[in-house]
Each structure stands twice: as C-alpha cells, then as structure tokens.
Design a protein around this ligand. Sequence first.
Ligand code: BTN
Length: 247
Amino acid sequence: LGSKIIHKESTPSTQVIAHQLAQEGSPHGTIVLADEQTSGRGRLNREWFSSKGKGIWMSIILRPEILPYLAPQLTLLTATVLAEVVQKNTTVTPMIKWPNDILINKKKTAGILTEMQAEQDQIQYVIIGIGMNINQTKEDIPIEIQSKATSLRVESSEKHSIKQFIHLILEEFEKAYDSYLINGFPEVKKKWERYGFKIGESISITTLRDQFQAIFSGIAEDGALLVKQKDGEIKKLYSAEIEWFKD
Ligand code: BTN
C-alpha cells in the first residue's frame, strides 16, 4: 500500500481521481489524498463535507483477486481498521454502525464509500473511499448535520495529527488486508462484531420499501446484515439504513 501516493491540496473528490487513475492502470495500493474536497460524496449520493485540513479525505485503489460479490467484505474490513485505529490511539470508544459508519457516542465521525469496477466474475478494481472527521470543532460542523455528525476532536477534546492518523490507518489496513487474503473473512467478522451492534439488540431498519423493527443477528459471510423478524424468520439485507430502536 502507498507505493504510489497522489496528494492534492484541493480537488472535487479523491474518489473521482482514483477512478481515473485505476482506469489508466494505476497499481494496487495507489493512494489519493486531499486536504480539501469541494464536492466530496458519500453513500446514496449524499454530500460529504470535507473542509480543508480538518480530516482525512482519501481513496485507496485495490486490485483484489476475489469474486465481485465478496467486495462488501472489504467495506467491513475497512470499518474494523478505522475502529481499531481510533480504539488504540485515542481516549474515545468507536462503534461500527452497519455497514460502514464509525460512530463515537452515537454520532458519525467516519464513513466509507466502496466502489467497484467488475466484468463478469472478475474485479478490475475496487476503490475504498475513507472520510474521517478529525479536527473539526463543533462550529466547523454544518449546522444541519450537527445532531448526527461529530469529529474526534469534539468527542475527545484533543487535536490529532492528520498525517499520523493516515499513517496509522494505512499500516493497520495493510495488516488486515494481508491477513484477509490468507485467512478469509472470519477474522474480520470477529473483529467487526467487537465494535459493531451486539447480537440480540433491537434495531430499526429502513429499506427502500419499508420500515420495521427487528433483532440484530450478526453479519453474514458476504457482509450482509442479518436480522430476526418478529415471526422469528431471519432476513438477509444488503442495503438498508439502521438505527438503534428508540422506544
Ligand atoms: C459515507 O459515509 O456515506 C461515505 C463517505 C465517504 C467519504 C470519502 S472522503 C474521500 C472519498 N472521496 C469522496 O468524495 N468520498 C470519499
């Protein structure tokens, strides 16, 4: 990882640059970093605020030799990497909200956007976009997302070195990725479950079609969310928004 690093002061989105580079043949492990993104994007086409020098805005090009349907495992792997780095290097406790949000005190501090280019049964490349709020103060966070979003600084009352955090993430990512290629998903799943929702917890689920309450029952081998419905049936979900159930 990081044999090739492209650093931009300001760019619309590191994700867009990474796609271009990957299509031009940039190797596995290429990293695109920016101090600022002017149109950062999140999952479901949402806007991602990426103010100058306040966080990590980074895209990683991977060329994994796995089947395309397993790519969501890489999102879960990345979530465990971010959680581990926060756990080991700060005073706050991270939690993973399926599939890919890193929360501190139930507010989002990091997100992952995984995008893939595949043909039939072969992955051409995967881009893992990581956005992590580090040194924003409360005032730096747009008012409309203040109830849901936070930064490491807000939660820990400490400033952190962004450069060092990038280094820690890449180091941890490399270890986790190498081990994943050798040992497969079970290890990732075990770690994920250390930081993720606890099995048996009641959650509220919103899909494109409906909204319902169910019991969190873990994650499947392909990274899908498993929930137990009222009638006892276990449902596998690939795309949904989940929240803690508030009564
Ligand atoms: C999400 O939680 O919805 C995912 C957010 C991903 C944001 C990162 S920042 C670096 C990369 N470039 C982008 O435009 N998005 C991702």
